[in-house]
Design a protein around this ligand. Structure first.
Ligand code: NAD
Ligand code: DAU
Length: 348
């Protein structure tokens, strides 16, 4: 397989790249990433010199570049993760989300069609999406299934929903073999510290306030990033074209419950007094249009592809906190932008 992974320098993408490069030495892995603020080649240092791995710096919306990559590497599979991914940024500046997430995806589909349409055998366009396309659940026991109607409510989720629709349109209209997965909130190593868990770990280390939106009662379903990368590997190899798979951790937490747990674990690990980090919790103005609850029914991927998460939230969060404490330099560099400046120079 000659696999084009987009967004491979980001949080989830770097775990997927590492997994595929190490596990499938006879496949070629091409990582196309624009290295936005969220992309960091430091995430892939351990595999960058492997012979089955190539990095290309560039934009998924650049038709000439994507066309050249398809030609040069005879791409047979696309694993599409590149996106603008942060909801708060989409509220402040929606247009870049539409450009990257919708038009960027459309460009990839268009180029893939050009190269594959004569013979779709052995080809697959795999689009990585989010549970946020389904909207918001009430408190209770309802879960998002693959049949839940789309109801995106932020510019980010609207852009992801739009890209999902485009991918399905290429399946129905042009018979392109596609597969989509919609996953819940990921956490783990290399998560950019603007998202709840790494932001709060970083702030606790630095004894800075922990800004909890609203009353902290919103619920998210958390999945350890390695479990997601393993699900992506399984879907890439065994997923049925035309199908959608929901991926989730069976780990629902209110934000305040999760934050309190992280505070308590970190007090122990940092040798601080019990309750010291909880004192940093500060309730701030709620996120505009803040979705109340997400929760995934992952029984389809369990029954059809035998995937279940390996980590519980308790084991995953422990590993995550340990990683951040052992990698304070990574944290400092991504927050200071030092690596971004270094790689910008190197690849321009
Ligand atoms: P991320 O923000 O950490 O990484 C995104 C990557 O895409 C970065 O490396 C960035 O440089 C790259 N990128 C951005 N714009 C690009 C462009 N125009 N051309 C090429 N590369 C570009 O994101 P993430 O959290 O790793 O999410 C990856 C994917 O998974 C996204 O599609 C996201 O919607 C989806 N997803 C994320 C989560 C989550 O909890 N993080 C959950 C479900 C689905
Ligand atoms: O559900 C999957 C989605 O999960 C992905 O598609 C997105 O790419 C990813 O960013 C994530 O979106 P969320 O908005 O759920 O994640 P975030 O970490 O930004 O916020 C998690 C919850 O914590 C949410 O209810 C908002 C709240 N929050 C977040 C931040 C950054 C706070 O209370 N304070 C904060 O400072």
């Amino acid at each position: 397989m000659n696999i084009l992974i987009t967004g491979g320098a980001g949080f989830i993408g770097s775990h997927v790249v590492r997994r595929l490069v190490n596990k499938y030495p006879y496949d070629k892995i091409i990582n196309l990433d624009a290295l936005t603020y969220a992309g960091n080649l430091e995430n892939l240092k351990d595999i960058e010199s492997k012979s089955n791995y190539t990095f290309v710096k560039g934009d998924i919306g650049d038709e000439t570049l994507v066309d050249d990559i398809f030609k040069k590497y005879q791409i047979t599979h696309v694993v599409h993760l590149a996106a603008e991914s942060h909801v708060d940024r989409s509220i402040k500046d929606p247009l870049i989300f539409l450009k990257t997430n919708i038009l960027g995806t459309a460009n990839l589909l268009q180029v893939a069609k050009k190269h594959w349409a004569d013979d779709y055998a052995g080809k697959l366009f795999y689009h990585i999406s989010t549970d946020e396309v389904y909207g918001s659940l009430d408190m209770g026991t309802d879960l998002f299934t693959e049949e839940t109607p789309y109801d995106p409510r932020s510019p980010y989720s609207a852009s992801k929903a739009s890209s999902d629709h485009l991918v399905r349109a290429f399946y129905h209209t042009y018979h392109m073999p596609v597969v989509i997965s919609n996953c819940s909130n990921n956490y783990g190593p290399n998560h950019f510290p603007e998202k709840l868990i790494p932001l709060f770990i970083n702030n606790i280390i630095q004894k800075k306030p922990l800004p909890v939106y609203g009353k902290g009662e919103n619920v998210r379903d958390w999945l350890y990033v390695e479990d997601h990368a393993r699900a992506i590997d399984i879907i890439l190899h065994k997923g049925k074209p035309g199908e959608t798979y929901n991926i989730g951790g069976h780990n629902e937490w209110t934000n305040i419950g999760l934050v309190s747990l992280v505070c308590d674990i970190m007090d122990k690990k940092l040798g601080r007094l019990a309750g010291e980090s909880r004192n940093l919790i500060t309730y701030v103005t709620d996120r505009a249009g803040h979705d109340l609850r997400y929760a995934i029914d992952a029984s389809k991927i369990k029954n059809e592809l035998a995937w279940v998460p390996h980590e519980t939230f308790e084991t995953g969060i422990e590993k995550t906190i340990d990683w951040y404490l052992a990698n304070e330099t990574w944290l400092k560099n991504v927050t200071s932008g030092a690596y971004q400046a270094y790689y910008d120079k190197m690849y321009h």
